[in-house]
Design a protein around this ligand. Structure first.
Ligand SMILES: C[S@@+](CC[C@H](N)C(=O)[O-])C[C@H]1O[C@@H](n2cnc3c(N)ncnc32)[C@H](O)[C@@H]1O
Length: 193
């Protein structure tokens, strides 16, 4: 199944990285699941680890307002409210494929509280497109990430979404001694030491 949001090559990288941490403690989270096309692929891998839960977060209101960090030389690419999906669409996709039901939470990332998040995270896919969305995702994931756990950030190399690289670079600058960082097929891959 093709996904207009994440290429097949990127999906392969994401799934290979997830497979690496499948035996670690901690659940799997996706910040920005949209219609769930990548979520179901994560869930397929997680069938090898039935004790792990998949948590999917999205406003399901589409993108929020941008901040200055997201401005490109060519101006603004996306508008608030674009990429709007529904939790029902995601749930239906899982059901149709016979995959275990994930935890789907409809909230803005900055409104997520402790009860919405697993106590331990082994793998996080951050795909919120904007500076503040990625920055907030890091803030939610980092305190819960286990040693050896992986954070992947989509769109690091996407010049239409410059806020993503800005948020990742700031995070790495502040946390370099705690994380190994590499770029794989344009994805930022951070492994907690
Ligand atoms: C590019 S789409 C995600 C694509 C999805 N990961 C996939 O592979 O198909 C970005 C999603 O992030 C959500 N999003 C962005 N910023 C958000 C925020 N601050 N809080 C909640 N959802 C957000 C949008 O609603 C949108 O559905």
């Amino acid at each position: 199944m093709s996904n207009p949001q994440i290429s097949m090559r990127e999906t392969d990288v994401i799934l290979a990285q997830l497979a690496k941490v499948i035996t670690l403690p901690g659940d799997v989270v996706e910040f920005g699941c949209y219609t769930g096309d990548t979520s179901v692929r994560l869930a397929e891998i997680l069938q090898r680890a039935p004790n792990k839960w998949l948590y999917l977060y999205d406003s399901f209101e589409g993108l929020p307002e941008k901040t200055a960090e997201d401005q490109t030389a060519a101006g603004w690419r996306f508008r608030a409210g674009e990429l709007k999906a529904s939790p029902g669409t995601v749930a239906h996709k899982f059901k149709k494929l016979g995959l275990p039901e994930p935890v789907i939470i409809k909230k803005w990332f900055n409104q997520l509280d402790d009860a919405d998040l697993p106590s331990q995270i082994s793998f996080a896919l951050l795909d919120g497109d904007y500076y503040m969305s990625i920055k907030t995702s890091f803030e939610k994931v980092v305190p819960r990430l286990v040693a050896g756990g992986i954070i992947i950030v989509h769109d690091y190399r996407n010049t239409e979404l410059p806020g993503v690289a800005r948020a990742v670079n700031e995070f790495i600058d502040a946390n370099a001694k705690y994380y190994d960082f590499q770029l794989i097929s344009g994805l930022a891959v951070l492994v907690k030491k």
